[in-house]
Design a protein around this ligand. Sequence first.
Ligand SMILES: [Cu+2]
Length: 395
Amino acid sequence: MTTLLILIVVLLLAIAIWQLTKIFDLTQVGENVNDTQIADDNDNKVNGYIMFAFLGFIYLTTIYCVWNYGNLPLLKDSASEHGPLVDNLMSISLVLIFIVQTVTQALLHYFAFKYKGKKGQKAMYFADNNKLELVWSSIPAIVLAGLILYGLYSWNNIMYVDKEDEQDAIVIELYAQQFKWEARYSGADNVLGKANVRYIEGANNLGVDLSDPNAQDDFAASELHIPKGKRVIFKMRSQDVLHSAYLPHFRAQMNCVPGMVTQFSFIPTVTTAEMREKPAIIEKVNHINELRAKKSEQLVANGQTALDPYTFDFLLLCNKICGASHYNMQMKVVVDTPEDFKAWLKDKQTIVQAVKTAAAEAEKSEKPATPTIDTAKVKTVVKDSTAVAQTEVKK
Ligand SMILES: [Cu+2]
């Protein structure tokens, strides 16, 4: 509301200034004032200096952003085997963009100043220069080709999973729906049972084909546990709209498309406990907790409860704007040591068992309780009503 009011005030101010300049122009009528609409040397000079001012603004903004937010992009401390490859690609791209942007902006604004309009000066007619065109076409072409080739090499390296890798990997399904994630583990056979949105019914909220032999040992989890040092193949499905499974710390992202299964796989290299010990993460966590402490002071002063302190956890996020609660579509990811992971896997209830238990419970609660009839009470009620009827008749 305050923002709207400020906007209205700014708009009204702008209209007022515009009207004032019109009145000022009217007062100048008849006087010897240069009110021509054609730019003269002085106008061009002013515009030339404004170009320099704008260049300064771009550079200052860049320095300010790098200084203040330079530590926000994830460029180190990745937690997957292919992570450094992605980080390297990202760093090279950023450095290239930074250099090209700095040089080209300086040239653009300098030439705009140098060749500003001057009275009596005509622009030179210049048809073309093959040598120049060759230089400014081939340099970007070579740089971009290098970047694309390195990108393709990285992409193939990350996405290619051979038969050997596949045999040694754990298969986990990530199921996306507005607005939550659910994981399905493939169990001892390491094969996910068939699933389809048409099978969704009651407790079977993942739409698993319960008659499929491969589905018998599948189990669902609302927290994603993966072991360090072992390849995990994620199969993504979506129940409703387009989502995107985004695991920023593992430098992994893949769209979840309704009606098809997509895939991404990686090897986690850092456990949650190890990640919490990294200096950069400790610094980040401390910073978040400082902010939370400040916010908590305000909340407590207003009689509300204070915020809980933050501890680092890997996250699976949704990276496609999929609806109103998209921002909160996340799942905690825990990277365990292989021993801890084995312990976590124990005694998990399979989806088939869960559906059976839910059905049995539903049946129990649906059966109507047999009403107990107090025969003595009924008799007295009947007696009373006949007595009332008889007195009525007598009247
Ligand atoms: Cu989503």
